[in-house]
Design a protein around this ligand. Sequence first.
Ligand code: GLN
Length: 318
Amino acid sequence: MEKNKGSKTDKWGVWMQRLLESLVEKHRPAAREGKLAEYIPELAKQDSRLLGMAVVDRAGKMHTAGAYRDRFTLQSISKLIALMIALMDHGEEKVFSKVGMEPTGDPFHSIYKLEIAREAKPLNPMINAGAIAVSSLIQGGSVEERVERILHLVREMADNPGIDINRSVYQSERDTADRNRALAYFLKGSGVIDDVEETLDVYFRQCSICVDCRDLARMGLCLAQNGISLRGKRVIPGDIARLAKTFMVTCGMYNASGEFAIRVGIPAKSGVSGGIMALVPGRMGIGVFGPALDKKGNSITGVRLLEDFSKKLGLSIF
Ligand code: GLN
C-alpha cells in the first residue's frame, strides 16, 4: 500500500517537473515581445530572455524550471508585505483612512486620480501612491529599523534568513525616482504623509529586496496557508493574510487585474523586475520570474506561463 502511494506521488512529481519545463520552454520566446523596466537603469541591465518558475506544495515539495535560481528584486511585490506590516502596526481603520480599497484603471505610477478625487487619498495600496502612503505608516526608530521589519517578514515568509537588499538597485531607483518623488510631495501637500525623503527611502529599499523564484513560491505558500509559513510558524495574522490575498485578486496585477482574474483566476502580485508571486489558497505557492514586461508592467512571459499552468491544472478559484 505504502509503496504504491509512494510511486504515485513520484509519478505526479515527475509529471509536474516535466510540465514546468515544457511550459517554460514554450513561453520563453515571447520575451521578445516585451521590454525591460528601463526607467530604473539597474533593471534595464537584466537579461530579458530569462524565464523561471518554482511551485511549492504544503508538504514542502518544490518543483522548479528555467531561471529559478536567478535573483531579482521584489519591486511592487513588496507593497503587499509593507501593507501587512502597516495593518499589524495600526489596524484597518487607520490604514484605510490613508489609502483606499478600490482597483484603478490607471497605470501603477499615475498621479491623475490623486488630483481629481474628492479626497486626495490614493485609490489602493498596490499602486505607487498608495504604497508610498503605506510605507509612511511602518513603525520603527529609523529608516533602517523600519526596513529591517519588512526584511524580517519577507525572510520569515520565505523561510530564508539570507534574503537581503540589492544596493545597486536601491541606489539606481533612488537616483532616478522623479515620478515617485512627485507622488510623495503631492501626498505630503494633501496631508497623507509627513516626511517625503524618509518615506521614499523606506519605499525604495523595500522594492530592492532580492529573492529568487523559490523564495516567492514559499512566500506565496505562506499566504495560501493564511499566514503560516512552510515550517508551520504563524508569521501573519489570518485576517491580515486574507485581506492581502483579496488585494492580490483585485489590484495585484495593476490595471490588468481584471483580465488576469478571468484568464488565470488565482491571487497574484507582480513587480517591474519581472517577478510574480502567486498562490492557490490552501494548496500551493508559485514564484515566476521573466523580466520582459508587457505594456502594463507585468512579466509578459510570466503571465502567459501562469495562464497555461492554471488552465492545465484547473486552478482558478472562481
Ligand atoms: N520600484 C518601482 C517603482 O516605484 C516599483 C513599481 C512596480 O514594481 N510596479 O516604480
